[in-house]
Design a protein around this ligand. Structure first.
Ligand SMILES: [Zn+2]
Length: 328
């Protein structure tokens, strides 16, 4: 029940095309500013900019997904609670003096050399996280260890490493683009079935949208992302999971097979072929044909602790429209 309420709130808040446009415009403004801050910090510390970008993007997504964290306002979104910034035993939790913060083992730092360690200042925030990383080292293995010690969660570490790989591969921060999973030149149909009791998904409620199409119709990645999972599942059949830069997991099930060269850990981009529509599942590996061919598409959000399903249908409608506009 509460899950449905959360979904409703998310929908009304995020899903009007007006909001999506506004958010996209704001994002682009910040991208340049953000990149300049990362590059400046890279020059000062030798920490690759894409590591800083990956942590920042992970934290930004958490702040959008969680109610207990303030919504991001600045270009840099790494969040430090006051006590962590000033030091847990610091009698002044709003302390901005770098010396006393260091004395009380706070993480706060002065990145722009104004003598103040301000947890609402982007350069100070980036410097604080960079100093933490420098305690370990700036190569991949040490960065990974630093992340683990900071977050104490394997999944978070691998999500951040995935983002770092994406940013490094593409060389820029603008990786929010999306595509409809099926090419518009093929026949298909879908309607909003999220939350239905029945569905060809094998879960308690139907956590996704079923897109009906013929066998072999191309299935494409909807986002930039990292292939997190690929293989057989008794209910999902041949399926692929892709994690995008917003900590969202995109799940494609009942495929007829996979695109050549698609492997776990690789980067994908919107519109890239990942497999074909099929009817695999509901039995041992290779079982097929127990229901009409369709793509089961699910979306799951991670908030740093747990992951939950939300309704992909409104997003599919937006991406479908955007794909068609690009073509015309
Ligand atoms: Zn389904």
């Amino acid at each position: 029940m509460s899950r449905k309420i959360i979904a409703l709130i998310l929908c009304s808040f995020l899903l009007s095309s007006f909001n999506i446009k506004v958010q996209a415009a704001g994002e682009e403004e910040h991208l340049q500013e953000r990149m300049e801050l990362f590059k400046k910090m890279e020059a000062a510390t030798q920490i690759p900019w894409y590591y800083l970008a990956a942590v920042d993007q992970y934290e930004r997504s958490l702040r959008f997904a969680r109610k207990d964290l303030p919504k991001p306002e600045n270009p840099i979104s790494i969040y430090f609670p006051a006590s962590e910034w000033a030091g847990p035993l610091n009698p002044n939790p709003e302390d901005q003096n770098p010396k006393t913060i260091t004395f009380f083992e706070g993480i706060g730092a002065d990145g722009n050399s104004d003598g103040i360690a301000d947890r609402n200042n982007d350069e100070d925030v980036l410097a604080a996280f960079s100093h933490f990383i420098l305690n370990y080292g700036i190569d991949k293995d040490n960065f990974r260890i630093a992340l683990w010690n900071y977050y104490k969660r394997d999944k978070t570490v691998s999500m951040i490493m995935g983002k770092a790989k994406l940013y490094k591969t593409y060389g820029h921060l603008d990786l929010g683009g999306k595509a409809f999973p099926l090419p518009s030149r093929f026949n298909y149909s879908y309607k909003n079935t999220w939350g239905d009791a029945r569905g060809y998904g094998g879960r308690r409620i139907h956590e996704g949208t079923d897109l009906f199409a013929d066998y072999g119709v191309p299935v494409r990645s909807t986002s930039y992302g990292i292939v997190e999972m690929k293989g057989w599942n008794r209910f999902g059949g041949w399926r692929i999971g892709i994690r995008d830069i917003n900590n969202t997991y995109h799940y494609f099930a009942h495929l007829s097979g996979f695109a050549k060269d698609i492997e776990v850990g690789q980067t994908v981009e919107p519109g890239m072929l990942i497999g074909g529509v099929g009817s695999s599942g509901y039995g041992p590996p290779g079982t097929s044909g127990k229901f009409p061919p369709h793509l089961h598409y699910g979306m799951y959000k991670d908030n740093g602790y747990t992951e939950w399903s939300f309704d992909p249908y409104p997003y599919l409608r937006v991406w479908e429209r955007q794909d068609r506009q690009k073509k015309s």
